[in-house]
Each structure stands twice: as structure tokens, then as C-alpha cells.
Design a protein around this ligand. Structure first.
Ligand code: ZN
Length: 477
């Protein structure tokens, strides 16, 4: 298909109409619903808030002029519901690849106090910003997906079959998604979707279309070192009975270089491929230190990493360790002269995107539990292991379509970014749809404050992103 920028601009003007006439109102009604994710609302099934949001959004989707579109709320026993909107291929486009578009409707809690005039559950529009919990994460997603398809329909632009899946357990780590993905997979004949568009990611800036190409995996491990059956006077035992903290420190140094923070376990390490290095160099050259993000560091603190690109790779690809909890240690004000019986630490490890977290976990357990120092009683447990995400290299048509959309709608070429955190549903999608291409994008950019107070959707970006999705769908072979 020859690229016609004027046609893309026509799509964009229809998208703008849809957003202005309709979407902002419905999205504002959605903000008022307290559809917190199951982890934050154990009574979600009884209070029905998630169901209410699903009905509001699915009714909007069903009301749109999309020929042959079937919208349903699917609810399996004990699981939060999903919205599935199945839009058939346009006449003559039945052999084009099938696209799965993903978003979610469950929300984070308000978290902290919102600034004067704002409220988590009251939508407030200030210019091109729409404030309220769930606007950007991820209420906008169904409007972007359906709005893109509507713009294609009203302009008579051909496209393949599209299945929109909006789940409602994402903010809890997507524990309810698996069975629904199996159902979607069963509805799409082999070879399954050729393209997966995820509308729940970040954008480093608002001046281009961003594609997330990788996320790190994670491993949570508890490590316990026991030396006594009860505490004893440190003036008597100190120097003879080893401190459980010292032995714990010694053990942690087996997996992490205590000076540099380098992770030493081979099964937790992987070298970044050339394309990730190149993406990090490009992003660092453009954004400098802002590429990594801003942290509330004390003024004298020296960050790890030599250059911005180096820091970006350290934050998004390399493994790292944080001690996120400690038991067996009293608070400073309660501490007495006691040689304590045990110390237990909760360790959080971030893993390079392609690594198998179970294999990494086994290696960490082996390293920490073999040959305990001074014969102490050491216990090691992996309490969670999540796989990262390493997107397949982009097909030429997709790279071209995202660049065309980004240049025409945003004014700059599309960008590739990596994230240091973990989004469990991506590994779920990647494991089921191995042959699919991925476009992982979103509106979570500067000041969007997902999960924090003052969450905000940048409406200009939402409209551009919607038009970009339309162009990608129209360009899919
Ligand atoms: Zn989200």
C-alpha cells in the first residue's frame, strides 16, 4: 500500500471528532466508577464496580458504527470480566493478518492526596489534560482501539479482523487473564494473531510514537540466617557467636558485588543485543539523563553508570538487587544489646528481559544455600518469579507504518524504549502468540502519574495515538 499522508490526516480528523464529541464524556463517567483491581478491593465481586465499568465501556463500543462488530462482556466464574469486541475484516481483506488489541479497565487506588480541585473519582478537564484515576491507565485504551476502527469504517479504509480485549485484573498482575487469552486464542484460527497492539505502556515523551521493546523480569527471594534459638547478651556472645546479619551480608555478597552492585550469578546475566544498545544510545543522545528518569536523590549522590546510555541499559536490561524487607531486627529505638537469633531479608532481583526466571531462581537458591557460612541454618525461598519481555525484531511493514504515523501525526520518527519494570501480561501474550509482531505503546508519559495522585491523560497524545493505531491497522498485510 502506498502511503498517503492526506489519508492519514483524514483518519486523524475523524478520530478527533470521535474523541471530542463522545469519548471525553464517557471517559469522565468511567472515572467516577471505583473499579479498583481485585488486589486493592477483595469485595470487587460483591460491590459490582468492575462490572459497572465493563457495562459502561462495552455499551459505548456497541453503539459505534462498526459493521459486523460483536461486543460482549465475558465473565467466568470467580474471575473478573473482560470485554471482547470482535470486528470482522472489511470485504476483500479476509486474508489479512488478525490483530489483537489489548487494554484494561481495572484501576489503582487513589494513593495519597490529589492536588486542590482534583479528585481520583471526579474527572476534571484542564485544557488538553483530563485528570482522574484510570484516564491514562488504562481507561483510554478501549476508546483508542474502537475509535481507530471507527475512523477506518467511516473512511472506507480496508483492514483485517481485529479483536479488542479489555481485561480487569491487570493492576493485580493479570491473574485472571490466562483463561480469557485461551478463549481468544481459540476464536482466532491458526496461525493466530499476526499483530498484538498493547495500549497500556509508557511513552518517554509526547512528541512521538513510542514502542516498548523490552521489560525486565523479576525474582523475589526470602533469605533467612539463623544462629541461635533465642537472643543472648551481645556483651557475652559477641565475637564468639557470629552475627546473623554478618553472615547474611556475606551470603548476599555471593550474588551481588557489594561495591559495584554487579550481579554475579551467571544464570541472572545476559548481554544486551546490539539493537538494544543502539536504542539506548539513540534515546540517551536525545534525552540525556532524563532518558533514565528523575529520582529524588540527595544532592551528593553519585549514580551508577558512566554515561546516560550506560545508565539506561543498567536500568532496563542489566540485573540488579534491592533488599526490600527485613525481619528479626528491632527498630532503632527498640534495639538493645542483644545478639539476635536470626535475620531474614526479602530480596528483589530484576532480571534481563529474555531470561528464564525459574532457572535464575534455582541458581540463586543454590548459590545462597550451598555451604552455609560457619554452619548457620540458612533458608532460601523464591516467593515470586516473573518473566520479562523481549519483543521480536519489528517486521519491516510495522516499522514503516509506525514511522509514517509518528512523522505525520507527531512530527518526528517513532522511538523504541525499554522499561525496567515488569508487566506480567506481556509474557502471557508472548507465550501464546509466538509468531506475532508487537506494538506496545501508551500514553503514560511525563506527569501522567499512573498509580500516583493527579493521574492525567494528555488528550492530544490520546487522539494522535488513536489515529496511529488506525494507520497501523490499515497498513497490516
Ligand atoms: Zn495499566
Amino acid at each position: 500500500m502506498n502511503f498517503r499522508p492526506t489519508h492519514l490526516r483524514t483518519l486523524a480528523s475523524h478520530v478527533a471528532e470521535i474523541w471530542d464529541d463522545d469519548v471525553v464524556d464517557v471517559l469522565s463517567s468511567y472515572v467516577a466508577i471505583g473499579c479498583l483491581s481485585p488486589d486493592f478491593d477483595p469485595s470487587w465481586a460483591d460491590n459490582g464496580e468492575i462490572g459497572r465499568a465493563a457495562r459502561l465501556l462495552s455499551a459505548w463500543a456497541a453503539s459505534r458504527p462498526l459493521p459486523g462488530c460483536a461486543v460482549e462482556v465475558v465473565e467466568r466464574e470467580g474471575l473478573t470480566p473482560v470485554i471482547i469486541a470482535d470486528v470482522p475484516a472489511t470485504p476483500g481483506a479476509g486474508t489479512r493478518l488478525v490483530t489483537l488489541l489489548y487494554g484494561h479497565l481495572d484501576k489503582q487506588p487513589p494513593l495519597g492526596s490529589w492536588r486542590e480541585g482534583l479528585d481520583a473519582f471526579v474527572a476534571v478537564r484542564e485544557g488538553d489534560r483530563l485528570y482522574g484515576r484510570g484516564t491514562a491507565d488504562d481507561g483510554y485504551s478501549i476508546f483508542a482501539a474502537i475509535g481507530a476502527l471507527e475512523a477506518l469504517a467511516v473512511t472506507g479504509t480496508p483492514h483485517g479482523r481485529c479483536v479488542v480485549l479489555i481485561e480487569s485484573s491487570e493492576e493485580s498482575g493479570s491473574p485472571h487473564l490466562g483463561p480469557y487469552l485461551d478463549e481468544v486464542k481459540a476464536r482466532i484460527p491458526e496461525p493466530g494473531p499476526g499483530l498484538v497492539i498493547c495500549l497500556d505502556s509508557g511513552c518517554a515523551t509526547y512528541d512521538r510514537l513510542w514502542n516498548t521493546i523490552s521489560l525486565r523480569g523479576s525474582l523475589v527471594v526470602t533469605l533467612s540466617v539463623e544462629v541461635l534459638s533465642e537472643g543472648v547478651h551481645s556483651g557475652m556472645a559477641g565475637g564468639v557467636v557470629p552475627s546473623s546479619f554478618r553472615l547474611l551480608r556475606q551470603l548476599i555478597s555471593r550474588i551481588e558485588d557489594e561495591t559495584t552492585g554487579e550481579i554475579l550469578v551467571p544464570e541472572c546475566r545476559a548481554e544486551p543485543p546490539a539493537r538494544y544498545r543502539a536504542a539506548a544510545e539513540t534515546m540517551a543522545a536525545e534525552l540525556g539523563d532524563a532518558a533514565v528518569g528523575e529520582f529524588p536523590t540527595v544532592p551528593s549522590l553519585v549514580l551508577s553508570g558512566q554515561t546516560a546510555a550506560d545508565r539506561l541499559l543498567r536500568a532496563t536490561w542489566m540485573p540488579s538487587l534491592a533488599v526490600i524487607g527485613i525481619d528479626g531486627v528491632p527498630s532503632v529505638s527498640d534495639g538493645g544489646n542483644v545478639l539476635r537469633p536470626f535475620t531474614t531479608a526479602k530480596l528483589s532481583l530484576r532480571l534481563p528481559p529474555p531470561l528464564d526466571p525459574d532457572r535464575a531462581g534455582e541458581a540463586v537458591v543454590r548459590t545462597l544455600s550451598t555451604d552455609p557460612p560457619q554452619g548457620a541454618r540458612v533458608k532460601v525461598d523464591v516467593t515470586s518469579a516473573a518473566r520479562g519481555f523481549d519483543a521480536p525484531a519489528q517486521a519491516e511493514w510495522l516499522a514503516r507504518a509506525t514511522d509514517e504515523a509518528s512523522e505525520t501525526l507527531f512530527g518526528r520518527r517513532a522511538g523504541a524504549m525499554s522499561e525496567g519494570g515488569t508487566i506480567p501480561f506481556l509474557a502471557e501474550l508472548a507465550s501464546r502468540f509466538e509468531d506475532a509482531q508487537f506494538l506496545i505503546t501508551g500514553v503514560l508519559g511525563p506527569e501522567s502519574n499512573a498509580h500516583g495522585p493527579n493521574e492525567m491523560l494528555d488528550l492530544v497524545t490520546a487522539r494522535r495515538l488513536t489515529a496511529a493505531v488506525a494507520h497501523v491497522l490499515a497498513s497490516a498485510p
